[in-house]
Design a protein around this ligand. Structure first.
Ligand SMILES: Nc1ncnc2c1ncn2[C@@H]1O[C@H](COP(=O)(O)OP(=O)(O)OP(=O)(O)O)[C@@H](O)[C@H]1O
Length: 250
C-alpha cells in the first residue's frame, strides 16, 4: 500500500500540487486522473522521488520515502516497476536486453537466471520468442508490452504506469489496460496509473483520484464516477461526444 499525505509542490511561483492525500491499496488498479496540466505527472514524480515535494509525505507500506537517505531510497526503488509514457525502450538494445537491463543494474544473478526471468516476463505479456527484435521492429502496442515486461522484471511490489495508452488505438489500449489489471491482481502489486483516458477509467478504475488545478477534487470507483454531480469532474468525464451520448446509461 502507498499512502500520500498532504503533498505540495511548486515550480517557482506556479503552485502545481496543493495538498494531495490518498491511499493506494495493493492488488487493485489505482488511477490518477485529471485534465492536462492538473498535476498528475508531477504527483507521480513526487511519489517515486524524481521530484522532492515541498511538503507532505509518501509512505511505502509504512516506510516514509521522503525521509530516507540515498541508499535507503534505492532499496525501495528496486521494488518499483515503471512503465514510462512512450515506453522509453533503449533503441539500440534488443527486446531481451531491454528487459534484462534492470536485472543487470540491480542484481548479480547469473546470466542464465536472468534469461529465464526475461523469458518468463516475455511470455507473461504474450511476446514469447521476440527476444532478438529491436524496438524499431515493434508496433506501438508491442513496445508497451515490452515496457510492461521490463517493469515487472524485478518482480515489483509497486507498479507505476504513466499514460500507458498514449498513442495506441482503442482496441490495443484495452489489451494494455487488461494486462496491467491482470498483473496487478496476479502479483498483488500496488499499481498506480496516470491517465486522462476515460476508456481506461471505465475499464480498470478500481480506485480513482481526480485532480483539478492541483487539488484532489474527488475520489471513488468507476461505478461511482459517472454518477457524480461535481461540476469539474462532470466536465472531465463527459467531455467526449461518446461519453455525452452515454450519459445516464451507466
Ligand atoms: N520540471 C518542471 N518545471 C517547471 N514546471 C513544471 C515542471 N513539471 C511540470 N511543470 C508544470 O506543472 C504543471 C502540471 O504539469 P503536469 O505535467 O504534472 O500535468 P499533467 O496533469 O500530468 O498534464 P498532462 O496530462 O498534459 O501530461 C504544468 O503547469 C507544468 O508546466
Amino acid at each position: 500500500m502507498i499512502e500520500i499525505k498532504d503533498i505540495y509542490k511548486s515550480f517557482g511561483d506556479n503552485e502545481v500540487l496543493k495538498g494531495i492525500s490518498g491511499k493506494f491499496e495493493e492488488g487493485v488498479t489505482n488511477l490518477i486522473i485529471g485534465g492536462s496540466g492538473s498535476g498528475k505527472t508531477t504527483l507521480l514524480k513526487c511519489m517515486i522521488g524524481l521530484h522532492q515535494p515541498d511538503k507532505g509525505t509518501v509512505l511505502y507500506d509504512g516506510r516514509e520515502f521522503t525521509q530516507l537517505n540515498f541508499e535507503e531510497r534505492i532499496e525501495i526503488r528496486k521494488e518499483i516497476g515503471m512503465l514510462f509514457q512512450g515506453s522509453a525502450l533503449f533503441d539500440s538494445m534488443t527486446v531481451e536486453e531491454n528487459i534484462m537491463f534492470p536485472l543487470n543494474m540491480f542484481t548479480d544473478q547469473p546470466r542464465s537466471e536472468k534469461l529465464d526471468r526475461v523469458n518468463f516476463c516475455l511470455e507473461r505479456v504474450n511476446l514469447a520468442d521476440k527476444n532478438k527484435l529491436f524496438p524499431a521492429e515493434l508496433s506501438g502496442g508491442m513496445k508497451k508490452r515490452v515496457g510492461i515486461a521490463r517493469a515487472i522484471a524485478m518482480n515489483p511490489k509497486y507498479l507505476f504506469c504513466d499514460e500507458p495508452n498514449s498513442g495506441l488505438d482503442p482496441k490495443t489500449s484495452i489489451v494494455i489496460d487488461e494486462l496491467i489489471k491482470e498483473i496487478t491482481e496476479e502479483y498483488k502489486t500496488t499499481t498506480i496509473v496516470v491517465t486522462h483516458d476515460m476508456n481506461s477509467v471505465m475499464g480498470i478504475g478500481d480506485y480513482i483520484i481526480f485532480l483539478h488545478e492541483g487539488k484532489k477534487f474527488w475520489e471513488g470507483s468507476k461505478e461511482e464516477i459517472a454518477k457524480t454531480d461535481i461540476e469539474e469532474l462532470n466536465d472531465f468525464v463527459f467531455a467526449s461526444r461518446f461519453m455525452k451520448a452515454a450519459k445516464g446509461k451507466f
